[in-house]
Structures are given as C-alpha cells and as structure tokens.
Ligand binder design. Sequence first.
Ligand SMILES: [Ca+2]
Ligand SMILES: [Ca+2]
Length: 260
Amino acid sequence: MGSVSEWLDDMASKYGFGSKTEQASGAAYETPGGHVAGGRAEVGPLHAEASGEVLHGHGKGVKSTLGYGNAKIGVKGGEDGYAGAEAGAGLVKIEVDATEALDLDDNLVVEGDVSAMNASAGVALTDDGLSAGAQANYLEGSITLGTTGTGDADEETRVGLSAGGGAAGRVHWGDRDGDGNAEYGIGVDVGPISADIKTEDPLRTYINTATGVTGQAVTNLIDGNMTHDAVKKGEEFLNDASGAADDLLTSASNWWNDDD
Ligand SMILES: [Ca+2]
Ligand SMILES: [Ca+2]
C-alpha cells in the first residue's frame, strides 16, 4: 500500500505533471513530397499544440507548403517559454531564404514569403516577443532585409502587403544571432500594410530613421552599440548624481551636528 506522495509520483510520471513534467507525443506520416504531422502536449504547466501540413516541399532555401493548420493553447515557462492561445490555417505558402538559395553572405538576411487564403488569430508571449491579432487574407507577401551576426548593431526590416481584413501587432525582443544583444522591435499589420523593424541598437536606428543621411553620417562615426553606451552613461550620471547628493547630505548633516 503506497503513500499519497508515491501515488502522486506515479501519476506524475504516468501523465506528465508535477515535477516530472515534459511529456510530448506526436505522429508524422511521410509521403513522397509531403507529410501530415501533429501532436505535442506538456501537461504541467499545461501546453498543447497541434499542427498539420498536407503537402510539403523543401528545396535549397525554398520551402513550400500546401494546406496547413496549427493550434496552440498555452502557459509554459522555461527556456522556450510560451503563453497564449493561437490558431491558424492556410492554403498555400512559399518561403524563400535567398541567403541560402543564392549562396549569399551568411551575415545577410534576405527572405521572402507569399501565401494565399490565410487565417490566424491569437495572443502569444514567447522568449522572442509578444504578438496579438486576428486576420484573414486572400493573399499576402513580405520581404525581410537586414544583417545578422555582424556585431552589436544588426538591423532587420520586413515589409509586406496583404489583401484581406484584420489587424495584428507585435513587440520583438529575440536574439536571432545569439550574440547576447536582443533585437528589439515592433511590427504592425494594418490594412494592406505589414511592417516590422528589429534592431540591436534602437538609438542608432532611431537617429538614422529620424534624421536621414545627415544622421547616418554622424552615427557612422560612432563605434559600438549607441543604446548600450547611452544607458551606461545614464547609469554613471545617476551614480555620480546620487554620490554628489550623498556628499551634500553628509556635509549638511556634519554642519548641523557641528553647530549643535
Ligand atoms: Ca548581432
Ligand atoms: Ca542579437
């Protein structure tokens, strides 16, 4: 006769909750040039996922999908944290990574995608950012250009067009090149326009965008990550100011005590 904790342990390992979490399951059926796959569940703290693709092709830098759907419900912490609820489906999607397809410099980001009959809705919070929205498009496409892995001031811009309805917004803070400098950014889908900007150095990007060629001439002369440097200078200033305030208070209190 086992104790309650033994029983709980047994149930935890059996169903994957409590301390013995991580339980994943799935099934995939490969066919020539395609597959159907779905599954994944992590009970504790809850996470479920299902996805499927009818036909799937993968060439050098080109991925094409015909008939797809996915759904997630959330709350999961840890490394690849996820919180939210999302669902989406579409008919055709073609994604091109030109850097791979055309053997371009690995530090360039040149990507494009086109899809038709798409619908998606949901809210998601992941390690890479926050997104929310609902939309249905007959046709949509986007191009992403930028740099990655070149230092601490990489930038990416994505612009897209769509025909359909709905709206979405995103906040980015992922680290694509894993250099410890997050690429901060925002993105919106409003009307036919979709745009995202991500940058490891928001201050530099802001000056370049707001002041054009003149600003770029100036920022080109400044090495390093301007945002990090500005934050550091700000902290130093605050430390100095608080040090000066401390000195002032000490002097005042000494004067007061002497006068006593
Ligand atoms: Ca970088
Ligand atoms: Ca980075």
